[in-house]
Design a protein around this ligand. Structure first.
Ligand code: ADP
Ligand code: MG
Length: 665
């Protein structure tokens, strides 16, 4: 029932040959086989036949299976012929038509459109081709009725949205009486797919809002206030203020917060996290901030230590390379509650790390932390801590709705004032000497430069050689001792990577040659140029992330996308988007449109891919509607107890265990 046809063929009409025009796609004609012959030899051999009705002649041609077909053709017999209509040198023809001998007078046209199902070579070889699947489906329908293909949507919804009843929708999607009824069936079943998912997500969210127990940050205390008053280095943007407020409401509600904070690169998420951590401390709770890498954790540690300078609160750093003695001290202090704010890597979620009263966990750059890792944080306190997940990889709205629909989310769509947009240009490889000249002037002005090479697969030898060649090339343009270059790539040990990165951060080197291992979030405000080699090999969100490494200071910054002159149309489109906008959300939407949900990072097990008919890009409007109605249903009747929602409830129960819902939340 759920193996849907990918198209239909229309044999409901018989067209007169004279009425065939180039605008006709597929058609069925009926006539007499007038004459046939084989022409050409060997590879150009083909069988040609001519069929006439009272209005004209159509040519039928075969290039394959000629012998077999020739034997089966009967001159002067009537045939029903179906196929794609071609016009060749002004003459109408069908190549490889479907032929059906008309035995007892003309066969009547079909009363419905015939479904075409996809099959596989393997299935076909076992006799289960598209046609056989069609027969099985027809057989299935002869056994089914409204009695056993039950309605699952509430009646009021069906009438409000003018949907076909469920049984009818299934019937019409397989065997529609017209294109229009097919479209109606499709609309209803797509809605159903989205609606059921949205209903479950809305329920998870609702339960958390209503039933979960969370620690309460009831007061804004001295620490928060004096930081806000005396230590904040800048005025918060309106977006930052709004998000802080949203989170304060959450954390004061008594229910556990599970919030996703999306903010474009440089929108200032760190300070928001810090403010909430201070709020936790004010209320007597510990908080932790987890970063995906050691470098990022250190950066956060330095930034935050500096920001908190002079305030009566300590910050500590725990990573894989924290010395044993210090580590011991930190673990003990955390367990005893003598330490309020801890920053670190995944070292923080190890079993041995115990908190006295963890109230808040902030997870920076979410897409690298798995669901299981997040869940392990919950076990670190009797009442699960509030969770704030931050990401600079904007998630398109529809994807967020399907994949993070159980989370609440906040968006920071505003950059701090005075930020200059990064100027992005596209240059062909032939232009490289000029690019190098430009880099030189920037370095001479005291700036620093990133040059990124694609390393699609960490293990690929070719990519690695490409990087080394690139490095030598850069070195030839910028020889020591006038210039110093750092290089970072995935084959280096963590320690070596660290050292090279650190040299760039401390301005010992002016150029950073790297693969994409330079992490998201790395902050070197003095770097003003980002050169991306073979830019056509990167996806849009990756390009945007890389570009986000520059433009972090007050200086004008540049992103130069290098490509060869040979560019595919999709790559050209990506480059065009990059040079036309700096807005991460816009880019994320385009990325989803260009690549489809299956290719977006982190969506391999995505809920967005569980849909058979619906598509989160093309059916955005249906998704919005489904979400809206799902929320209303859950709001009004969370347990689905009303008579009207009973069939919905039964349907959900019948699905139990069939969908890996845990993966979504
Ligand atoms: P991201 O959202 O990418 O994590 P950060 O939190 O690292 O961004 O902030 C980027 C830079 O912007 C930092 O140097 C930070 O100090 C600065 N910043 C953050 N908020 C503001 C603001 N409201 N006004 C001015 N600068 C800000
Ligand atoms: Mg950040």
């Amino acid at each position: 029932m759920h193996l849907f046809p990918y198209r239909h063929i229309d044999k409901t009409k018989i067209t007169k040959i004279a009425d065939l025009t180039p605008s006709v796609d597929y058609a069925q004609v009926q006539g007499k086989l007038w004459y046939y012959e084989t022409v050409g030899d060997r590879s150009s051999r083909r069988l040609t036949a001519f069929l006439t009705d009272e209005t004209g002649v159509i040519e039928l041609t075969w290039f394959k299976g000629i012998n077999w077909i020739e034997k089966s053709l009967k001159q002067n017999q009537a045939y029903n012929v179906f196929g794609r209509i071609n016009f060749f040198m002004g003459k109408v023809q069908i190549v490889h038509p479907e032929m059906e001998l008309v035995i007892n007078g003309p066969t009547p046209a079909k009363s419905y459109l015939e479904p075409v199902y996809s099959s596989t070579e393997k299935l076909k070889s076992r006799g289960l081709g598209g046609r056989q699947i069609g027969k099985l489906t027809a057989c299935l329908f002869s056994l089914l009725s409204e009695e056993n293909l039950l309605e699952n949507l509430p009646q009021s919804l069906i009438s409000k949205l003018r949907f076909l009843p469920r049984y009818e929708a299934f019937k019409q999607i397989h065997f529609p009486v017209s294109n229009q009824s097919y479209e109606q069936a499709l609309r209803r079943l797509k809605f159903e797919e989205f609606f059921i998912t949205q209903l479950r997500l809305a329920k998870v969210r609702f339960e958390r809002h209503r039933k979960s127990k969370g620690v309460v940050f009831s007061k804004v205390g001295e620490l928060f206030n004096s930081f806000y008053r005396d230590h904040l280095p800048f005025e918060l943007t309106a977006a930052q203020k709004r998000v802080v407020k949203e989170i304060r409401t959450d954390t004061g509600s008594g229910h556990q917060m599970n919030r996703l904070l999306q903010g474009d690169v440089g929108s200032g998420k760190t300070i928001v996290a810090l403010l909430i951590m201070l709020l936790a401390v004010d209320n007597g709770y510990q908080s932790c901030l987890m970063a995906p890498t050691e470098i990022l954790a250190q950066q956060h540690f330095h930034n935050i230590s500096e920001l908190l300078h002079g305030l009566p609160v300590g910050v500590h750093l725990l990573t894989g390379s924290t010395p044993v003695r210090e580590r011991k001290f930190i673990l003990q202090a955390l367990a005893e509650g003598n330490l309020s704010i801890i920053i670190g890597t995944h070292a923080l979620i190890e079993e041995v790390v115990q908190f006295k009263n963890l109230g808040l966990a902030v997870i920076d750059e979410q897409h690298r932390f798995g669901v299981a890792q997040r869940a392990s944080l919950w076990k670190k306190a009797v009442i699960p801590p509030h969770i704030l997940v931050m990401t600079a990889t904007p998630i398109p709205r529809t994807l967020a709705m399907t994949d993070f629909g159980d989370l609440d989310y906040s968006i920071m769509d505003e950059l701090p004032p005075g930020r200059q947009p990064v100027i992005t240009v596209h240059r062909y490889d032939t232009y490289r000497p000029k690019v190098m000249d430009f880099i030189r002037t920037e370095i001479d002005r005291g700036r620093q430069v990133y040059i990124i090479f694609p390393l699609i697969e960490e293990s690929s030898k070719l990519d690695y050689e490409n990087l080394m060649k690139g490095y030598e090339n850069v070195k030839a343009f910028f020889p020591e001792p006038g210039y110093w270059i750092s290089m970072v790539h995935g084959r280096q040990h963590a320690g070596q990577k660290e050292t090279n990165m650190q040299r760039f951060i401390s301005k010992d080197t002016q150029i950073m040659v790297s693969t994409t291992v330079i992490e998201v979030g790395v902050n070197v405000p003095n770097a003003t140029v980002m050169v991306i080699e073979n830019a056509e090999k990167f996806g849009l969100s990756q390009l945007h992330q890389l570009r986000g490494r520059v433009g972090r200071g007050s200086e004008k910054s540049y992103c130069i996308l290098m490509t060869s002159t040979k560019l595919g149309s999709e790559a050209r489109e990506r480059i065009k988007i990059m040079t036309s906008t700096n807005n991460g959300f816009e880019i994320a939407e385009k990325d989803l449109e260009l690549r489809g949900p299956g290719e977006i990072e982190g969506t391999k097990q995505s809920g967005a891919l569980n849909f058979k008919l619906a598509d989160i890009v093309k059916d955005k409007a249906i998704l919005e509607t489904a979400k809206k109605f799902a929320e209303v249903v859950i709001e009004e009747d969370p347990e689905l107890e009303s008579a009207e929602n009973l069939q919905l409830k039964n349907y959900l129960l019948s699905l139990h265990g069939k969908t890996p819902w845990s993966k979504i939340s």
